[in-house]
Write a protein that binds this ligand. Sequence first.
Ligand SMILES: [Zn+2]
Length: 161
Amino acid sequence: MGFIPISIDEIIKKHLISNPSENEEELRKRLNEALADYKKGIKCSCGNDIWVIGSASVGNSCYTCITGESYPIDDYELDSAIIKRKNIKSGRHIDEIPPSEIMGFFDDDGNEIKTDLIKKPALCIICINNDNPNEKMLCDMTRYDQKDDQEFICYAFKKRK
Ligand SMILES: [Zn+2]
């Protein structure tokens, strides 16, 4: 589940087998451009990270916007575009914070978690709960629980009309 990491040479090889008319140099150039954009932090119009391999064919967009699927099942992504998520702990420990200021989230060890640094999955962007302040806490918890997973599953998801 999730993206299958692949090197740029391998994906080019695969792509050329199924698309023999494709120009190898062109393809490599487009992949490198999409990868450079990804590394620059260029996002899909919906705010998510772009899917480099898909973006090389159709322009910079995320997996969900390109395929309409909420998460990848057996699709490839360049290994260099699959990076470890940033550390989302602020470093403050619950014991260092005056009790009157304690609010928000802490992990099991008591470290404060910055919820605005939790990556928002594509699914959330099209969910009716996305802009609902009453749901934010629950959404943040769901996202935090799955922060290290490549796929995101939410049972509260309801597609926005
Ligand atoms: Zn998108």
